[in-house]
Ligand binder design. Structure first.
Ligand code: NAD
Length: 464
């Protein structure tokens, strides 16, 4: 054997050893697991790692998540639009941006302090541990981004159970956020999920011993599922937001705001205007201005009935094919051709019409005419069904604005603006995509995902 041959053999051996070592190194999963039990275990380990970092570093992880999500906004919006076949791409971009930029981080965790003759008591906000978060199809990446920021800011890790119809978008969002945390020096698997989400996998997560808290963002079934789990749970459920317009309102602005709000992402947001209740004396002028703002009015009762039969199923729920679709698509299916400048379809209907009492989640906006503002308030309270979600009022009368807000008891009450102002888009305040009406946390943020712990120092440190 020549010296050359020996050298070549040595090189081949070295390369083989390196290749074997590489193939044995555990694959970086970026949080996606085959099995829910594995996803929970990995998140549990990651949370123990997270709390070893100081708060400043935790803040850096949050900033890295925002930065990486921002870079991928267009991708995630496009994926959600194509995968769910609902909504509007450009509105999904806006919703993702608001989730990235306006969801509070660690600054939300303000302690409470009592000090006096007996010393100093501190109420600190501490993590729950692993949070199980169930997310909807209507805002898939937005809810994951928003919950991930708030839950990690509070020191938790998160196991997501996404809607099966938004699997690809949800998994991609988890991967992007996890990668940003790892690149910033943080632990792997702070966010986990499964490659094939299903109700069965969600059930494993809900019952898993290592999941300490549950957060459900969706319709009534999922809220019920987490509230009956026996664990600490936050329920962010359905809404049916009424928009009331009285005779004192700026009618032209009210019409613009209502059409903007109800057509945003084709009415998918749970806060979006779902029915209008207007005082008779200004109803015609409101409808005239809604049409100027891009609404198409259906007047013929037969056409309204045809639309009803098409979009509301026999079970009383909206037909899936039309949820989140463009107004021109829905009209086209009725044989009415129009261009995509039409943002919403409006029609006058009686107060007990299925369009009024049910949540349609499409740009079909029923209008109910009433004799005065008292009747409007009474009807709005009734069709909101006690969900305590969102209501909107266009009025200049402080007394009736106050009366409606008191009587309807919704988590969000928007005065003289589009519904989305209530989640921080063109309105003051932070953003969230998990609005917890049933359990009362309201617009959730990091502090909603933290335990309150009291630490008492007796007889000292009070320096008043
Ligand atoms: P959905 O209720 O069909 O699904 C939501 C999530 O719950 C999905 O991940 C789904 O797989 C899961 N799920 C459903 N039933 C379940 C059960 N029994 N056990 C475990 N998991 C279950 O809702 P959707 O169509 O995705 O979203 C639209 C609904 O969600 C609307 O009613 C809307 O108002 C509401 N929503 C509320 C908020 C809020 O913050 N309050 C935000 C977004 C959507």
């Amino acid at each position: 054997m020549t010296v050359e041959t020996l050298k070549i053999e040595e090189i081949v051996k070295k390369v083989l050893v390196e290749m074997t070592a590489k193939s044995q190194k555990p694959q970086e999963t970026l949080g996606i697991f085959q099995d829910m039990n594995e996803a929970v275990e990995a998140a549990w380990i990651a949370q123990k790692e997270l709390v070893k970092f100081d708060l400043k570093t935790r803040g850096k992880f949050i900033e890295a998540m925002r930065k990486e999500a921002k870079k991928n906004v267009e991708l995630l919006s496009k994926m959600a639009y194509e995968e769910t076949n609902m909504g509007r791409y450009e509105d999904k971009v806006s919703k993702n941006i608001v989730a990235i930029e306006k969801t509070p981080g660690i600054e939300d965790l303000k302690p409470d302090v009592y000090s006096g003759d007996d010393g100093l008591t501190l109420i600190e906000l501490s993590p729950y541990g692993v949070i199980g978060s169930i997310t909807p199809t209507t805002n898939p990446s937005e809810t994951i981004i928003c919950n991930a920021i708030g839950m990690i800011a509070a020191g938790n890790s998160v196991v997501f159970s996404p809607h099966p119809s938004a699997t690809k978008t949800s998994l991609k969002t988890v991967e992007i956020l996890n990668k940003s945390i790892i690149d910033a020096g943080g632990p792997s698997n702070l966010l986990t999920t499964v490659s094939n989400p299903s109700l069965e996998q969600a059930d494993i997560m809900i019952k898993h011993k290592k999941v300490n808290m549950l957060v459900a963002t969706g319709g009534p079934a999922v809220v019920k599922a987490v509230l009956s789990s026996g664990k600490k749970a936050i329920g962010a459920g359905a809404g049916n937001p009424p928009a009331v317009v009285d005779e004192t309102a700026d009618i032209e602005k009210a019409a613009r705001d209502i059409i903007a709000g109800c057509s945003f992402d084709n009415n998918l947001p749970c806060v979006a205007e779902k029915e209008v209740i207007v005082v008779d004396s200004v109803a015609d002028y409101l409808i005239f201005n809604m049409k100027k703002s891009g609404a198409y009015e259906l007047k013929d009762p037969e056409l309204i009935l045809k639309l009803q039969k098409m979009i509301v199923g026999e079970n009383g729920y909206p037909v899936k094919e039309f949820v989140g679709k463009n107004a021109d698509y829905i009209l086209g299916k009725m044989g009415i051709e129009c261009d995509d400048c039409v943002r919403a379809i409006i029609m006058e209907v009686p107060k007990d019409h299925p369009f009024v009492v049910g949540e349609l989640m499409m740009p079909v906006l029923p209008i109910v005419r009433v004799k005065d503002v008292q009747e409007a308030i009474e009807l709005a309270v009734s069709v909101e069904h006690g969900f305590r979600h969102t209501a909107i009022m266009h009025s200049k009368n402080i007394d009736t604005l106050t009366q409606f807000a008191k009587e309807i008891q919704t988590t969000i009450f928007v005065k003289n603006g589009p519904s989305f102002a209530g989640i921080g888009v063109g309105g003051e305040g932070y953003a969230t995509f998990t609005i917890a009406g049933p359990t009362g946390e309201g617009l959730t943020s990091a502090k909603s995902f933290a335990r309150r712990r009291r630490c008492t120092l007796v007889g000292g440190f009070a320096i008043k």
